[in-house]
Ligand binder design. Sequence first.
Ligand SMILES: C[S@@+](CC[C@H](N)C(=O)[O-])C[C@H]1O[C@@H](n2cnc3c(N)ncnc32)[C@H](O)[C@@H]1O
Ligand SMILES: Nc1nc2[nH]cc(C(=O)O)c2c(=O)[nH]1
Ligand code: SF4
Ligand SMILES: [Mg+2]
Length: 217
Amino acid sequence: MKEDTLVVHEIYSSIQGESTFAGLPCTFVRLTGCNLRCAWCDTTQAFFGGQRMRRGEVLDRALASGTPLVELTGGEPLLQPGAIPLLRELCDAGRTVLVETSGEADVSRVDPRVHKIMDLKAPGSGESHRNRWSNLAHIGPRDEIKFVLADRADYEWMRGVIRERELTRLGCTLLASAVWGKLAPKDLVAWVLEDGLLVRVQVQLHKIIWGAEAQGV
Ligand SMILES: C[S@@+](CC[C@H](N)C(=O)[O-])C[C@H]1O[C@@H](n2cnc3c(N)ncnc32)[C@H](O)[C@@H]1O
Ligand SMILES: Nc1nc2[nH]cc(C(=O)O)c2c(=O)[nH]1
Ligand code: SF4
Ligand SMILES: [Mg+2]
């Protein structure tokens, strides 16, 4: 069956660099392939290649390190049919499970125990037209919506989306992140404070620790 195998770019342990889980030891399962091409994507190496593995082996490798936290990412993890049962099996094994998704793919079948970290792509990504707004119906208090912002125009777009779509009503965390090397986090912080916007500004902790070019961290 098509769910029995997954194409995997890498599996490794590090500390979680993003989201409200930042700083915690975490095992990452990074799947190959993405159907978007965000202008500033820092993981283009995961677009192609990878190794086809049986789902059971991916599960074993993800559990082997013993970290209580496991994240499925990519590329775009939800493009592969095996991602849905893998997320469920990771939850069944007692792990706290995160999935990092562009939000273009349908999130409705993701196990409700999983914490969905879902990007809403701003115009500076070049992929804003791909946002699947119907996914918002499946976002709840355990989930996090992330905006990755390249400039002031992206910031204003985020502010408009939060207000017009009443995102604070979803009860989820709203994350605002600067595109690395493009928007200064201090400018983002100044704008957030000026507007009294209730978002959590995040930086990519792993890039501060290991540098922006390091892979497998
Ligand atoms: C590489 S993506 C993989 C998961 C999924 N495709 C997505 O976009 O959410 C992981 C996260 O890194 C963020 N990201 C990628 N490149 C970035 C950059 N240059 N600066 C800041 N965040 C970036 C993405 O927006 C996303 O939240
Ligand atoms: N340390 C670390 N934390 C992360 N959180 C989300 C990541 C991702 O690429 O999805 C990521 C990553 O690439 N590295
Ligand atoms: S959706 Fe994620 S993996 Fe795909 S291009 Fe955008 S940031 Fe990169
Ligand atoms: Mg990353």
